[in-house]
Design a protein around this ligand. Structure first.
Ligand code: KIV
Ligand code: ZN
Length: 521
């Protein structure tokens, strides 16, 4: 059996389903370019039928990169057609369709009697639907992946039957997701081994694994799957994803590399791009990587205790099983200052994984010069944070033009803001419990909006007294969360930017939905 492991990255699809991790189309394209540099085999770019933005993002990514782009579709004609339309002009394309196969999912999603009266009848319907829809996908695209959603909790005989049918209908990859992160490594590994025994046509497809991290076992389960015959692994950068996330790409890749002595599996990942990719994804999604996270956490290569430091000085292998360089961790450098020019900025950004067109470079340079004036020494991490701060935002309805805040120990905090839109200036003042509350109240009054703030988070993202402060604000409307991020050396200004960005996303969403509703009528 071949020992090459296909890395299927689903950061832009399952990863983007992390609460609050909404990305603009331009940010997704930038991440896709970086994933290509990382040398993943497949990029799952989104779920085209779910919204016009998803369709647009998948279509643009598939025109942008040379690696295989997968588009997700439920086992429904309308989904599969949308997935195909989004990727059809791309260099390499895959339709990824899925059905729910566990009894929990079948009873939950196919409760209606038209799918059958008994569980047995409903299972038959799902089996037939899976077969028909894989066949339909195959009529459009050669490369078809089928997933049995919640395979981790699916009856083994039924799972084998569905997988066999999907392969017969033309699936070239069959994915076994542990959707709810329920299984244990030995159990999940045995599932893959049993499928290899029971599915008569299994040699006609590649087995894939897709594990969620609800019990912290996504990486262990993925590796157990590989040990038992899976040759594709689905994962996300920094392990982001629904609930507790997906299996982390960097952990799987480095586990296979560092323990080649026992596994002898190969990926073609360019591991020195891991850190750049991690920072890019974290910056754009506004999801902070925990400091002790394996491989990409801030402390992953830090040695605090004297004994450890001493051991490291004598021989780094005393406490390090891989070198920081091997995953692209570099010592922080002062790279640029206020006299640096556009070329210097562009070159450094390219090294960090950002490829800018002229307009983006203009925005980045403007933000950089403002920061360099305040900060004098601009570090790589400052640049990364700047790039996450609106450079790639596609559209905005409202921008901050001016703000003034009054706050002190014995005074009522007051804020005045002026906000510009395409053809209006909005201005108003308000008081609040603190300067941030006063600021948000002033913005609400100026725009006559009162969004529900789900969360507000502030942190320092670089070091020293002149560190950049990053604010992430999440607003909620119905069941949807909109997050905005702002950075500045002034955290009140960062708060205003973050609040307005989230508000912009919410208003754009409402506007689009209203338009779609009108079209539907
Ligand atoms: O977790 C899951 O089951 C999925 C499928 C759509 C592959 O994400
Ligand atoms: Zn998933």
């Amino acid at each position: 059996m071949d020992n090459r492991i296909i890395i299927f990255d689903t950061t832009l699809r399952d990863g983007e389903q992390s609460p609050g991790a909404s990305l603009s189309v331009s940010e997704k394209i930038e991440i896709a370019r970086q994933l290509e540099k990382l040398n993943v085999d497949v990029i799952e770019a989104g779920f085209p039928v779910s919204s016009p933005e998803q369709f647009d993002a998948v279509q643009r990514i598939s025109g942008e990169v040379g690696v295989t782009v997968a588009a997700l579709a439920r086992a429904k004609e309308i989904d599969i057609k949308a997935a195909y339309d989004a990727i059809k002009d791309g260099a390499k394309k895959r339709i990824h369709t899925f059905s729910s196969t566990s009894d929990y999912h079948i009873l939950g999603k196919f409760g209606d009697e038209r799918y059958g009266k008994t569980l047995e009848e409903k299972r038959k319907t799902v089996l037939q639907m899976s077969y028909d829809m894989v066949q339909y996908a195959k009529s459009l695209c050669d490369d078809v992946e089928f997933s049995a959603e919640d395979a981790g909790r699916t009856d083994m005989n039924y799972l084998a039957e569905v997988i066999e049918a999907a392969i017969e209908a033309g699936a070239t990859t069959v994915n076994i997701p542990d959707t709810t992160g329920y299984t244990m490594p030995a159990e999940f590994g045995a599932k893959i081994a049993q499928l290899r025994e029971r599915v008569s046509n299994i040699d006609k497809a590649i087995i894939s694994v897709h594990c969620h991290n609800d019990l912290g076992l996504a990486v262990a389960n993925s590796i157990a799957g590989i040990e038992n015959g899976a040759r594709q692994v689905e994962c996300t950068v920094n392990g982001i994803g629904e609930r507790a996330g997906n299996a982390s790409l960097e952990e799987i890749v480095m586990a296979l590399k560092v323990r080649k002595d026992i596994f002898n599996f190969e990926t073609v990942i360019n591991t020195t791009e891991i850190m750049n990719t991690s920072k890019l994804v974290s910056g754009f999604c506004g999801i902070i990587v925990q400091p002790n996270k394996a491989i990409v956490g801030e402390n992953a290569f830090a040695h605090e205790s004297g004994i450890h430091q001493d051991g490291m000085l004598k021989n780094r292998e005393t406490y390090e099983i891989m070198t920081p360089d091997s995953v692209g961790v570099q010592k922080t450098k002062i790279v640029l200052g206020r006299h640096s020019g556009r070329h210097g900025l562009k070159a450094r950004l390219e090294e960090l994984g950002y490829n800018l067109d002229n307009e983006e470079l203009n925005k980045a340079y403007e933000a950089f010069t403002k920061l360099a004036d305040k900060k004098k020494e601009v570090y790589d991490d400052d640049l990364r944070i700047l790039m996450g701060d609106n450079i790639y935002k596609d559209e905005s309805l409202f921008d901050l033009d001016y703000m003034h805040i009054n706050s002190g120990s014995n005074s009522i905090p007051t804020a005045t803001v002026r906000i510009k839109s395409k053809d209006h200036m909005f201005e108003d003042s308000a008081t609040g419990d603190g300067p941030v509350d006063a600021l948000f109240n002033a913005i609400d009054r100026a725009l006559s909006k009162k969004p529900k703030v789900e969360s507000y988070r502030v942190r320092s993202v670089t070091s020293g007294r002149q560190a950049l402060g990053e604010v992430v604000v999440r607003l909620r409307k119905d069941n949807k969360t909109f997050s905005g991020k702002g950075v500045s050396t002034d955290i009140i200004e960062a708060s205003a930017k973050a609040y307005l960005q989230a508000l912009n996303l919410k208003e754009i969403y409402i506007e689009r939905n209203n338009n779609d509703a009108t079209k539907a009528i």
